[in-house]
Write a protein that binds this ligand. Structure first.
Ligand SMILES: [Zn+2]
Length: 185
């Protein structure tokens, strides 16, 4: 292709011309870019999503390095963004959390394994061997749900079960798992 050849030969020259034009006509160029983005919004979004998917590790690594080099700047940006989008962020996080919780409880059977109660609002994930608080403190609720989703069914059943709030308290009472209070009986 002659165009390609021409470009290869005059690359530096063309780039410097384009740069000069952009500097001299900054407003015009930025408006044209804006129009282009508006017009091709969907296409650009899809392209960006695809790029992120394909280069996820690389992008995350770059972000981590940049954060390590300049943590204050990143924290400021995050704080500003969070302050502006606080409500949206809270709703999004809650949604994601509930979806994750729902998936984990569904995988565990979706009902209390003692009495069959099914309302998700009062279903709790119980550690068969106890030690639930320890794990919660160590890795957090969020990661525990993720872990459940990744576990093989057999391993999962050995570690976790679903109990309703009532049965959970009864089990704790039976096993004397309530240790954060002093008892003399
Ligand atoms: Zn129950």
């Amino acid at each position: 292709m002659p165009n390609k050849e021409y470009y290869a030969k005059h690359r530096e020259e063309i780039i410097s011309k384009v740069k000069k034009y952009a500097e001299e006509n900054a407003e015009r160029v930025s408006y044209r870019n804006y129009l282009y983005r508006q017009h091709h919004r969907q296409k650009l979004l899809e392209r960006e999503r695809k790029r992120r998917r394909e280069h996820r590790d690389e992008i995350n690594m770059r972000r981590r390095i940049s954060f390590a080099n300049n943590p204050e700047k990143h924290q400021m940006t995050h704080r500003k963004w969070y302050a502006e989008n606080r409500k949206k962020q809270v709703i999004l996080l809650r949604q994601r959390y509930r979806n994750l919780r729902k998936k984990a409880t569904d995988k565990l059977g979706g009902k209390c394994c003692r009495c069959g109660f099914t309302d998700w609002r009062a279903l709790q994930i119980d550690h068969v061997q106890g030690n639930g608080n320890k794990e919660k403190q160590l890795i957090g609720q969020w990661k525990m749900y993720k872990k459940i989703l990744e576990l093989e069914s057999l391993e999962m059943v050995k570690e976790y079960q679903l109990l309703c709030a009532n049965c959970n308290w009864i089990k704790r009472f039976e096993n004397s798992e309530v240790t954060n209070r002093k008892r003399d009986f």
